[in-house]
Write a protein of this length. Structure first.
Length: 376
């Protein structure tokens, strides 16, 4: 395995040629935003934040904005069948369209990325209302995913111009989700290095870790992955491609059903994964099954942890360790009928890695789900 550890002194935000302050929001194009919003509120504990639609003068689509901790989700659905949003949903099903970055200067960020080879999606524009202005611009990336650069230092509104506060009497209790830890992209065979190079050359990211088919494989399937991170380590993008195996890998299954490249999963962080997953399960969220034998030897591999192993086992939470500490993680099943988008819930207790020690159990669990679907 080729592992590259970043020199933090050389990658802090002051020396980064393209400072990105963090994830501003993630927008999903969905078939029914009203019902999707209810799901993410009920099952994930998100809170109502803002709305745009017919009542606000938006004749093209409806968007519901949800927030929990520092995570902002935008759920958008089209009003008309000839809309680009409708075409995206028709082809891909519900999926991630926008991963937006919070920046200090949207226009300068856009110009720097275009100069380095990015294809423009949205030229810089200023959106205003009586609470201030938001500057926004965007570039295209893998598949139909785009990155928007959002500058909101002169804005005091609820989300951005064009949206109003979403008042709701139904506000289930949050479950402890804090921030976006990473977003994973699935790309076609031979395309991982292309997009790793894009993030390095266009956005100034570095390759933190590379996993090959010896690291992530079973008897039947495999994948390869490069983890790309920005200078301040706030944005982390693993990029996966399928590797040759006896059967269809999880990445290829995603590409087949998503009908193209896209965001495979969103990893969200919590400070108390036991509480968070207990609540998730109470609310009906389904997770990948972890064989009970996994827990027979896990402490031999990871050493001492603060959590009760029997509780982790009962919830299906996996554990891994690196030089910095340990992490706890668990993966939902796909959150729609197509076997595409899913979520990871992660708690980092010092660890900076991505759970390499859990890959074998994770792959076996995913393959079992593929067998049930008849897609392995």
């Amino acid at each position: 395995m080729d592992t590259i550890v970043l020199d933090q002194k050389k990658t802090n935000v002051q020396e980064d040629f393209l400072p990105l302050n963090g994830t501003d929001f993630i927008e999903l194009y969905v078939g029914n935003a009203k019902q999707s919003a209810h799901y993410y509120k009920t099952a994930f504990g998100f809170q109502s934040l803002a709305y745009s639609g017919l009542e606000t003068g938006n004749r093209e689509c409806a968007s519901y904005v949800l927030r929990q901790g520092k995570i902002t989700l935008v759920l958008t659905t089209p009003y008309h069948s000839d809309s680009p949003v409708a075409e995206h949903v028709r082809r891909h099903g519900d999926g991630v369209k926008v991963i937006a970055f919070w920046v200090d200067d949207a226009e300068a960020t856009f110009e720097k990325t275009i100069a380095r080879g990015a294809e423009p999606f949205m030229y810089p524009e200023v959106r205003t209302d009586d609470t201030g202005e938001v500057k926004i611009a965007g570039i295209k990336t893998y598949g139909e995913v785009i990155h928007l650069f959002v500058e909101r230092s002169n804005y005091n509104g609820v989300f951005m111009p064009g949206f109003v506060k979403w008042e709701s009497e139904y506000n289930p209790t949050p479950i402890g989700l804090e921030y976006v830890d990473h977003c994973v992209g699935n790309v076609g065979l031979g395309r991982m290095n292309v997009w790793a190079k894009f993030y390095e050359e266009v956005l100034g990211f570095k390759n933190l870790i590379t996993f090959d088919d010896k690291d992530i494989s079973t008897e039947y399937t495999a994948l390869m992955s490069k983890v790309m991170v920005n200078g301040n380590m706030r944005i982390k993008f693993p990029i996966n491609e399928p590797a040759k195996g006896k059967k269809v890998s999880q990445v290829q299954e995603y590409l087949d059903f998503y009908e193209g490249e896209g965001c495979q999963h969103i990893a969200v962080a919590t400070d108390d994964i036991i509480h968070t997953i207990t609540e998730f399960r109470k609310r009906g969220v389904e997770f990948l099954y972890v064989p009970g034998t996994y827990y027979d030897t896990v402490l031999d591999r990871v050493g001492k942890i603060k959590e009760d192993l029997e509780v982790l086992k009962s919830l299906g939470i996996m554990v891994d360790r690196d030089e910095e500490g340990y992490l706890l993680q668990i993966f939902t099943k796909p959150v729609e009928d197509r076997p595409t988008l899913f979520f990871e819930i992660i708690q980092r207790v010092g660890a900076k890695s991505f759970g390499k020690g859990n890959f074998q159990a994770l792959f076996e669990s995913i393959e079992e789900e593929q067998r049930k679907r008849g897609t392995l």
